[in-house]
Design a protein. Structure first.
Ligand code: PEP
Ligand code: MN
Length: 262
């Protein structure tokens, strides 16, 4: 179902009325985690003003340490809904487990994170929700494994899958991950699904997000997903890689001549 051979035209994902893919470039932005009503609303208004069309915010967080902030859970999703209501922006958030899926019935895009890319029962169940899915590439997954995971979501019943390159594990430790730019043209040749790039998790370094965003656009990406926080130094998760609202606005301005923002 994901194969370009049997579906030559680009898939255009309908995100609650906004188009993503097939020439419609989508800027997704927001904090790593939803932390409070003030934080998510302030960031949502800022990124909307800068040109973002979808708001991100984690409520269920897959943290390496069990003692790190795990996200606000269902409360976090409620705060995201409030930010959606105030700004009109569709929302995307990560589901970690099948049991959490009932909380996601009205979330505009359901995210499956890198750590769950091969959780096949979750992939099928997410597909059965019938909502657009943002599927992130696993930390050490090949392109073929990535596409087969998209296939699981599609076999579950949802053809609206957005592929996300977020960097892979290599021997290099200077960046958090290694952004595999070659994945963009490869995925777009092998599949008709839109490809978005996450330069925040791929690099882990704020100043590298703009050059890598430009590179992703040059390589043919259909969108970007970028972490933005109103007070990165106080963030409960991934503050060190988060852009400030003004830095995000400058990044979007630099890309405007090259993309048609949705
Ligand atoms: C995230 O988007 O906050 C996240 C946890 O990403 P990934 O699954 O790519 O690590
Ligand atoms: Mn993060």
């Amino acid at each position: 179902k994901a194969n370009r051979k049997f579906h030559p035209e680009d898939t255009v994902v309908d995100v609650s009325g906004r188009k993503l893919g097939g020439g419609h470039f989508c800027m997704i932005a927001g904090p790593c985690s939803v932390e409070s009503a003030e934080q998510i609303t302030e960031v949502a208004q800022a990124v909307k003003g800068a040109g973002a069309c979808v708001l991100r915010g984690g409520a269920f967080k897959p943290r390496t340490s069990p003692y790190a902030f795990q996200g606000l859970g269902p409360v976090g999703l409620d705060l995201l809904r409030v930010a959606r209501q105030k700004t009109g922006m569709p929302i995307v958030s990560e589901v970690m487990d099948r049991e959490q899926l009932p909380h996601f019935a009205d979330v505009d895009i359901i995210q499956v994170g890198a750590r769950n890319m091969q959780n096949f029962t979750l992939l099928r169940a997410v597909g059965e929700m019938g909502k657009p899915v943002l599927l992130k590439r696993g930390l050490s997954s090949t392109i073929e494994e990535f596409l087969m995971s998209a296939e699981y979501v599609m076999a579950g019943g949802c053809e609206q899958v957005i592929l996300c390159e977020r960097g892979i594990r290599t021997f290099e430790t200077a960046t958090r991950n290694t952004l595999d730019l070659s994945a963009i043209p490869l995925l777009k040749r092998l599949s008709h699904l839109p490809v978005v790039v996450d330069p925040s998790h791929a690099t882990g370094i704020p100043w590298m997000i703009e050059p890598m965003s430009r590179a992703a656009v040059a390589a043919g990406a259909d969108g970007l997903i970028i972490e933005v926080h109103n007070a990165p130094e106080k963030a409960l998760c991934d503050g060190a890689q988060s852009l400030r609202p003004q830095e995000f606005a400058d990044l979007v301005e630099g890309l405007r001549p090259f993309v048609k923002l949705c």
